[in-house]
Ligand binder design. Structure first.
Ligand code: 3DU
Length: 214
C-alpha cells in the first residue's frame, strides 16, 4: 500500500447498502477501506469484491489462531479479493509466519497488531508491544498496527519498527488527533466513526485529509 491521502476508513457499519454507498462516495479519497467483523458477519465475505471496486480492502480480522487455521483464514480472505489482512502477533512467530506465507503466495500484505489503542491495552498487550514489533519484522510482515491514542508510545514503536509501515487507529472517536499521529510516526491513520457517523462522510474525509496535508 503506497501512501497518498494517508487515510484509511474503518467501515464498521452493518448495513450492506450503507457500506456500499459510503464506499462509492469516499473510495476515491482514501488509501484503503478497512473491513472488520461487524460488516463481514452481517454481509458475508462476498462484500469484499464489491467494496474493492472503489478502493483497496484491508481485512481487519485480527487473526489469532494456530498456524493451520491462520493459513485457512488468510486463503479465504485473499481469495475473496482483500489486499491485506491484519493478524495478532501474540499468538507467536509460527502463527504470524503462516499468514505471511499465504500473503506471499497471493501477492498480498500482512499487518501485525502491536499495542492496541483502547485503555485495556495497558492491562496486558502494552508490556509486549516491542516484542510484537520484532515478531512482525522477523516474519516479514508489511507493517504493524500501533495506537493513535498514545503518540509517545507510537513514536517508540516507530523507532523499533525500522521500515515497517505503520497503520494507526484511534483518531477521532477514541480521542487521537490526525496530524499528531502522523508526526509521531504513522504512515496511515485509520478512522471509523468520525467519518461514517458524520452527517456528510465525504466532507469529513476531506477535512481529515486536509489536516494530514497541513
Ligand atoms: O474508533 P473508530 O470508530 O475510529 O474505529 C477504529 C477501527 O480500528 C475499528 O475498526 C477498530 O476495531 C480498529 N482498531 C482499533 O480501533 C484499535 C486497534 O488497536 C486495532 C484496531
Amino acid at each position: 500500500m503506497v501512501p497518498d491521502s494517508r487515510l484509511i476508513i474503518a467501515l464498521d457499519v452493518t448495513d450492506r447498502e450503507e457500506a456500499l454507498q459510503i464506499s462509492r462516495k469516499i473510495g476515491g479519497l482514501v488509501d484503503a477501506i478497512k473491513v472488520n467483523y461487524p460488516l463481514i458477519l452481517s454481509c458475508g465475505l462476498g462484500i469484499v469484491p464489491e467494496i474493492k471496486k472503489y478502493a483497496n480492502v484491508i481485512a481487519d480480522f485480527k487473526v489469532a489462531d494456530i498456524p493451520n487455521t491462520n493459513r485457512l483464514i488468510c486463503e479465504e480472505t485473499f481469495k475473496a479479493g482483500a489486499d491485506a489482512i491484519i493478524c495478532q502477533g501474540f499468538v507467536g512467530n509460527d502463527s504470524v509466519k503462516a499468514c505471511v506465507d499465504v500473503a506471499a503466495q497471493f501477492g498480498k500484505e500482512v499487518y501485525v497488531v502491536t499495542e492496541m489503542s483502547h485503555p485495556g491495552a495497558i492491562d496486558f498487550i502494552q508490556k509486549h508491544a516491542m516484542d510484537l514489533v520484532d515478531v512482525a519484522i522477523k516474519n516479514g510482515a508489511s507493517g504493524i498496527i500501533a495506537p493513535a491514542t498514545r503518540p509517545e508510545r507510537l513514536s517508540e514503536i516507530k523507532r523499533r519498527s525500522k521500515d515497517l509501515k505503520i497503520l494507526s487507529p484511534g483518531v477521532g472517536a477514541q480521542g487521537g488527533d490526525a496530524r499528531t499521529t502522523l508526526d509521531a510516526g504513522a504512515d496511515f491513520i485509520i478512522v471509523g466513526r468520525s467519518i461514517y457517523n458524520a452527517k456528510d462522510p465525504y466532507q469529513a474525509a476531506i477535512d481529515l485529509i486536509g489536516q494530514l496535508r497541513r
